[in-house]
Design a protein around this ligand. Structure first.
Ligand code: SPV
Ligand code: MG
Length: 573
């Protein structure tokens, strides 16, 4: 689902008629706002029978007056204005592809009713139900309320005028008979039914708040005789809120065509809200309430956040025209599988590189360059540009620069021996810094267990203490390298970085300058000829360029040795 409406009013309006023609029983569920409509619209109960109709779902929605009033904290006495009702209905229509039957209460005065009808038609609503009580009505389920019935002729006339006011052929007006609610008998209900049908009603809703459906079923039996008498068919509708033990099969057998579950989503939400409120008060925290709450990710998905995110990302991509360079030329320091570059190690059916490409493609990045060297014949992906670094035993910096032609508009650098998830790439896409690294902040907590050389970094000290929390997304790197003392390193560089166009231009200029002019050791390498990428980043810092980092503490892992490889196979699916 996205925030955009998917169906034209015309398309939706006609759906109820089609359902009535094709289904034995149309099942409608109450909705009172956008989110309840999304739930009702999207819930599917899988039956697991493998057949074509492999699931159950609601066919239509009921725009209840009771639950619309209640969701606004008001009693159901026609207090909510027509415009406020219409605004709720519009929100419902915006997120559904199911037909909506609207509760029109008494319909009000004829001028109000006509206005309401035309607005409903324009919104794509399929039908309205009006009840034969006098304005302002009282909710039918309340035992103590006085229920005043309208004179049948007056109500029939309202139906007639309402039908005349319609603009579309598909829209229907159903007449709701309240005889059983107001203390009258089945005979009164039948007399009314005939009058309303003759006036043009498109169907009859017989309402009752008795727990025993016997009188409703008696009405249904007499109604089929009435239909025979008048010579045309109109569907019969029921609202089994109080006589809720009756099953749909039985309703069908008695000739009901639409069943409305009229208030259940609102009542269910009130109950859960109360339980969660109490739970939080009781426990003094929200942790225990979590199992009773829908996960935020599900909510985001339901309201179409993913589409928005995709679009945001697309914009970022258009801006940055993201390119990725994966230097994968070096021989692994520790042989994990004989003659196999780290990128081509198989982790549960997919190589490390395939996994990297999948994540990148998912983020919309398709422009990927791989620098090959050691066991280059093992690389076999189409849709990837290859550069070869014949002398791959020199440092990683020179392998990277084999693909210098790809750097002009900026690039993402991704080491070939890491697995990572989308969130990491997304954070880089969002960054506006010129040179930005992804740095794992959990390093200080497990540094003493680490028995391999890592690319470590020291973040710029803020306020005199390096671990002082900062709200800035991008912080500054002061030192980077493998030889930084474990105790003073604040982060581990995970092997993913971004160079903007400007960052890449500076990188290239500096590289060419060092190539010409540098002699002797180059940071942690014995010469510039053996330099690593990390050495070059330190050189940039030393020359005054700002190198930022974005912190993470999850969503990635490296495969440097056999132990890492075994771990990857355990944790990656
Ligand atoms: C509603 O849902 O608003 C109805 C049905 O009109 S009832 O509450 O049973 O009257
Ligand atoms: Mg109502």
């Amino acid at each position: 689902m996205s925030a955009r409406r998917r169906h034209s009013p015309e398309e939706l309006r006609g759906k109820l008629r089609t359902l009535l023609e094709n289904k034995q029983l149309v099942r409608a569920i109450e909705v009172h706002d956008g989110i309840s409509a999304l739930v009702a619209n999207n819930v599917k109960l899988e039956l697991g029978n493998g057949g074509e109709n492999n699931f159950l779902e609601f066919d239509a929605l009921w725009g209840s007056g009771f639950t619309d009033s209640t969701s606004k904290g008001l009693p159901d006495i026609e207090l909510v204005s027509p415009d406020s009702r219409l605004s709720t209905i519009e929100r419902i229509m915006n997120v559904t592809d199911k037909p909506l039957i609207v509760d029109g209460d008494t319909g009000g005065e004829i001028a109000n009713f006509e206005y309401f009808l035309n607005r409903l038609e324009l919104l794509g609503v399929s039908a309205v139900v009006i009840e034969d009580k006098t304005y302002p009505k009282r909710n039918s389920l309340d035992d103590g309320s006085i229920q005043n019935l309208e004179a049948p002729e007056v109500f029939a006339n309202k139906i007639r005028l309402g039908k005349e006011a319609l603009l579309s052929k598909d829209f229907m007006i159903f007449a709701r008979i309240e005889s059983l609610i107001a203390g009258f008998d089945v005979e009164d209900a039948l007399l009314r039914a005939e009058k309303y049908l003759q006036a043009g009603a498109d169907g009859i809703l017989i309402h009752s708040r008795e727990t025993d459906p016997v009188r409703v079923l008696k009405f249904a039996k007499e109604y089929s005789k009435l239909l025979e008498k008048i010579g045309f068919y109109r569907p019969l509708i029921c609202v089994p809120t109080t006589y809720n033990t009756i099953k749909e099969e039985e309703l069908c057998e008695h000739g009901f065509k639409i069943v409305i579950y009229a208030n259940h989503l609102l009542r269910a939400s009130v109950k859960s809200m109360q339980a969660v409120c109490k739970n939080i008060l009781l426990k003094g925290r929200a942790f225990e309430s979590e199992p009773y709450c829908t996960p935020i990710t599900t909510i985001m998905h339901m309201v179409g956040f993913e589409k928005i995110k995709e679009r945001d990302l697309q914009l970022l991509l258009d801006k940055s025209k993201a390119k990725v360079i994966i230097p994968a030329a070096g021989k692994p320091k520790e042989t994990i599988i004989e003659c196999m570059p780290s990128a081509m190690l198989d982790v549960n059916g997919k190589t490390v590189m395939q996994r990297q490409l999948d994540v990148l493609r998912h983020c919309g990045i398709a422009d990927v360059t791989v620098v090959r060297g050691y066991a280059k014949e093992k690389f076999s992906y189409n849709g990837v540009k290859y550069y070869d670094a014949p002398d791959y035993t020199t440092g990683s910096l020179h392998s990277l620069f084999s693909a210098q032609a790809e750097m002009d508009h900026g690039f993402f650098l991704i080491f070939s021996d890491i697995l990572f998830d989308e969130s990491i790439i997304v954070s880089l896409l969002k960054s506006t810094a010129d040179i930005v690294l992804i740095a794992d902040a959990s390093y200080p907590y497990h540094r003493h267990e680490i028995d391999k050389e890592l690319d470590l970094l020291i973040g710029k000290q803020e306020g005199g203490y390096y671990r002082q929390p900062s709200i800035a997304l991008e912080k500054e790197v002061t030192y980077i390298g493998k030889k930084i003392k474990k105790d003073i390193a604040t982060h581990e560089f995970i092997g993913i970085a971004k160079f903007s166009e400007y960052g890449a231009k500076n990188l290239k200029e500096l590289y060419s300058d060092c190539l010409k002019n540098h002699s002797g050791r180059f940071h942690e390498s014995e010469s510039f000829g053996k330099a690593s990428i990390v050495d070059m980043i330190q050189e940039m810092i030393d020359r005054g360029f700002t190198v930022n980092y974005i912190e993470t503490n999850k969503g990635w892992m490296e495969i440097h040795n056999k132990k890492d490889y075994e771990m990857a196979k355990k944790v990656v699916y």
